[in-house]
Design a protein. Structure first.
Length: 134
């Protein structure tokens, strides 16, 4: 299993920002279906009904943050998802979440955390129904 802990917060923000747009998210989802074989830019544009110039801009941004790889095949550029980058992002998010839970939630005493409904949780800490740590 590939896990990298070298992703920095700004890198994660850049990757998440690149995915936080409808066309780019649709492109990424489409490419994931084709795996490392990828698809030519023209086929992506055709499948998603996206203007070629607009798609080119989106693909460039996604490649810049590492979400996609590209390779030339004769006159076509084939784009594929960079699964290693997504694994890095997921590892970073899990590590960041665990760090938050261990350090910030209930002063690092996870056994104090209790599940609450959203209504019960309003204005209270994660630790008890009174809003105070036990």
């Amino acid at each position: 299993m590939y896990i990298c802990t070298n992703m920095k917060t700004n890198d994660a923000i850049s990757v998440l920002s690149a995915l936080a747009q409808d066309t780019r998210m649709r492109v990424f989802r489409l490419l994931v279906k084709f795996g490392s074989n990828g698809l030519p830019a023209g086929k992506i544009a055709e499948t998603l009904s996206v203007n070629g110039t607009t798609l080119s801009r989106h693909l460039a941004q996604m490649e810049q943050v590492g979400l996609l790889t590209s390779r030339r095949d004769a006159r076509q550029v084939i784009y594929a998802p960079n699964f290693a980058a997504m694994q890095d992002l997921m590892a970073f998010l899990m590590q960041d979440l665990m760090a938050f839970l261990m350090e910030d939630c209930c002063a690092g005493e996870l056994q104090l955390a209790q599940p609450h409904t959203q209504q019960e949780h309003a204005g209270r800490s994660c630790c008890d129904s009174e809003g105070e740590k036990k």
